[in-house]
Design a protein around this ligand. Sequence first.
Ligand code: FE2
Ligand code: FE2
Length: 130
Amino acid sequence: MVSLPSAMHAELVAQHVRLRALLLSAESAARRYLAGDPAADFRAALDALRGALSVHHQYEERVYESLLREGESTGTLRVERMIRDHENEHVAMLELLELDAQIVVDVLAELADDLIAHIAAEERIFLGAR
Ligand SMILES: [Fe+2]
Ligand SMILES: [Fe+2]
């Protein structure tokens, strides 16, 4: 595991907690949308999730990138690939969340699985979760 200063560790854990909560809200808004609620309510839930993910993305870019570069004297290609893969995963999720509610509702379960897996992997690698 990579070790993080405790304030950063706490901030990342708090952001993950918030993302999980916003994801649950979006999933519940999706169910209400499918039951006939206005698309605007679902859109608002998606925008809240997207906003928090975007803030989180920028925070992690700074934290993880410096950690990975510091912690690795050799094998920089591996580090570059990890950084690029991480970035790509965030960008793919952010782009999906921008699409029409009508489209997102069909892929939200898949997006939720991806986001939960993404967070779980980070918590194993960077935050010491088991
Ligand atoms: Fe991430
Ligand atoms: Fe994260």
